[in-house]
Design a protein around this ligand. Sequence first.
Ligand SMILES: Cc1cc2nc3c(=O)[nH]c(=O)nc-3n(C[C@H](O)[C@H](O)[C@H](O)COP(=O)(O)OP(=O)(O)OC[C@H]3O[C@@H](n4cnc5c(N)ncnc54)[C@H](O)[C@@H]3O)c2cc1C
Length: 442
Amino acid sequence: MLLEGWGRFPRHESEMLVASAPGELAALLHDRHGMIARGNGRAYGDAAIGSRISVSAKRLNRMKAFDPATGVLTAEAGLLLSEILDAFVPRGFFPPVVPGTKHVTLGGMIASDVHGKNHHRDGGFGALLQSLKLVLPSGETHHCSPDENTELFHATIGGMGLTGIITEASIKLRPIETAFITQKTTVAPDLAAALAALDAADNVTYSVAWIDCLAGGGSLGRSLVYAGEHASRSEMEAARHGDMLAVSRPARLSVPLDLPGWTLNRASVLAFNELYFRKGARNGDAAALVHYNPYFFPLDGVDRWNRIYGRRGFLQHQCVVPPDNAHAVLSEILERFARSGRASFLAVLKKLGQGQGMMSFPMPGYTLALDVHVRDDIFTLLNEIDEVVTRAGGRLYLAKDARQSRATFRAGYPALAQFQDLRRHIGVEGQIASKLSERLAI
Ligand SMILES: Cc1cc2nc3c(=O)[nH]c(=O)nc-3n(C[C@H](O)[C@H](O)[C@H](O)COP(=O)(O)OP(=O)(O)OC[C@H]3O[C@@H](n4cnc5c(N)ncnc54)[C@H](O)[C@@H]3O)c2cc1C
């Protein structure tokens, strides 16, 4: 079948195998080459497309055990984050790390070592992971944890599925009193103010900046910076809110078909950004109670929103750069985008801490994510921006990548040789391979 990621670029033919139980995997994988696990296909590029075969883990979605005293949940790797939230928010528990969509699987979150708005404080998904089970093409199952098969554990966190198929994992959920977040908005007139507001929120659990990346000149990097904490019962009572642990199922809009590529053009994005910024600025400073759905997963409100970029799809360029010189480096990236006239509907800036895995994306610094249409002339601009990132000692996120060069990748991931040695040592080289690992020669 023809497979694609969330950005719908690139598309590749791949055979699809579906695993319904962990016990089936040994027979399913036997004597096959060029396979990769696939979760819910939310990686943007080619990470979840097998070089020949993609193995869907979505039916491995049973919850196996939960201990309310410790918050530890053990579940199969195809369980969706949305299912974890639906089951555990009403019981007063929340996953300590969530990405910007809840339509991702447990296995996908481990394999990308996903980061949330709290990476600067709590680390990535790997930090809350207690243990996992990994099946190799040979049929062997390895139990991995910080104390058992340690190297394999750290290689699997952020290893983009390239160490084997994760079948089960245990994660520690955090207790919450309510399903709401107390959000405070800071209006940052430029990039320096946005970075300062993120730094000032170092001790706040969640922080993120939404950048109007069409603003140039003295307003380059103007942002709304959102800081948030899980709301307490008393805050909810003071605001006279009713159901404190409601899961809430907001009405979902849907993009029913591919919109023409020009729908998102400079003028429409400019108008949207202006309205959005003004509305945020009006609400600035006052603390607001926001349900976790719009706070963490605003884009999930529109089903299949990836269609608004048209049939050719879109790319997300997500880099992280170290803190030294970050202002100059991020300014250069934003300026190059602004100059090129390539509208980015979404530009998000976050602060990151140390990554947990051998190949994890996060490093201490700031991460900037920008979306762009796939067009023939976009690749040269992105290559130039990659050079800026590499010169600054940064790297690109593999879960968003569809196009970086081998040179950019090698410069950004110094543990690559160790990861390749481990793949050889466990005998998965060649057998476990994705279009991404082929493209980047992992
Ligand atoms: C709207 C949106 C917002 C996002 N926001 C964020 C964010 O804030 N932070 C962030 O870090 N990421 C973010 N992402 C990226 C997303 O969280 C990751 O790509 C995640 O890995 C997707 O999970 P999935 O289940 O869809 O996995 P897939 O896309 O199917 O696969 C992703 C990778 O995981 C591997 N994998 C999947 N299942 C298994 C398994 N069982 N065993 C071994 N390997 C496996 C695949 O081989 C592949 O390499 C966002 C994505 C979208 C679409």
